[in-house]
Write a protein that binds this ligand. Structure first.
Ligand SMILES: Nc1ncnc2c1ncn2[C@@H]1O[C@H](COP(=O)(O)OP(=O)(O)OP(=O)(O)O)[C@@H](O)[C@H]1O
Ligand SMILES: [Mg+2]
Length: 262
């Protein structure tokens, strides 16, 4: 049984069909990339998986369980976490607080109690802080030590993307959805994030669905690639097979857009 499965899922907004009868599955431990030109429906697929949008039709299941009718928090609790293409950081909060605040799903305290540091929460705070430090340590020296108490706005764009991943890891997911983790990164940072995604899978036993425009990243770590255009799957297979598929090339050329390879 696949860990994750999307069966005949469709979604429209007004007159626009954004996802069309889309089916794919992901095995435990796989890294599967979703590619396609701007507006192809990639982020919408993540929004459907995480419960932010409800599909018009079709079925999404995780570990054999249907996600139909579940709220975002329930889906997170089942073990699915994501990062956002447009980062969702609290820029005026410190780095450690950004990561700690992502733990509210795992505590008896609510989000407000965590931020306001009520007495009921304080006893749990130490444990959550340790967990947050552990997640930040995954990124080497960059987000630790004196950095903990610096505001998120002081971070470089690449470090903000790393912080976004640390926040997602705080819910201890089994399936991690990454929406353009290398966007805005220079070639060296891109190479690092590629390596990091591999480490997340290998060291934390994660299964990963990756959206990425940088074909260096996609080719570097994907077990399988799925190409979308106008919400439809137009190709699926190895990176080499998909990247050279005439339909995929045409989809990118048709939008006057190149596949990026830094
Ligand atoms: N909430 C919404 N309401 C209306 N239209 C939407 C909504 N969300 C997405 N869309 C539309 O759905 C289409 C697919 O958008 P989506 O963000 O999924 O594309 P994408 O493949 O992630 O693109 P990009 O590579 O630019 O991030 C676009 O035409 C977009 O404008
Ligand atoms: Mg997108």
């Amino acid at each position: 049984m696949a860990l994750f499965e999307l069966q005949n899922v469709s979604k429209h907004f007004g007159g626009l069909q954004v996802v069309k009868d889309l089916s794919f599955s992901v095995e435990k431990g796989e890294i599967v990339s979703l590619i396609g030109p701007n507006g192809a429906g990639k982020t919408t697929v993540l929004n459907l998986i995480t419960g932010l949008y409800k599909p018009d039709s079709g079925k999404i299941s995780f570990n054999g369980q249907s996600l139909a009718g579940m709220e975002v928090n329930q889906i997170t609790r089942l073990g699915i976490a994501r990062t956002f293409q447009n980062l969702r950081l609290f820029l005026n909060m410190s780095i450690i607080e950004n990561v700690m605040s992502a733990a509210y799903l795992r505590t008896s305290a609510n989000w407000f109690q965590i931020i306001a540091r009520t007495s009921g929460y304080r006893s749990e705070e130490q444990r959550i802080r340790q967990l947050a430090e552990q997640k930040l340590a995954f990124f080497g020296e960059r987000l630790v030590g004196y950095r903990y108490d610096q505001p998120a706005y002081s971070l470089s764009y690449a470090n903000r993307r790393r912080l976004e991943i640390a926040r997602a890891m705080m819910t201890e997911p089994k399936l991690l959805l990454l929406d353009e983790p290398a966007a805005g990164m220079n070639p060296k940072e891109t190479q690092e994030v590629t390596q990091l995604i591999g480490q997340l899978r290998d060291e934390l036993d994660l299964t990963i669905i990756l959206i990425e425009h940088d074909m260096g990243v996609v080719g570097g770590i994907s077990d399988r690639v799925i190409a979308l255009d106008h919400g439809e799957k137009i190709a699926e297979g190895s990176f080499d097979a998909v990247a050279t598929d005439p339909l995929v090339i045409e989809a990118y050329l048709g939008r006057n857009e190149n596949m990026v390879r830094k």
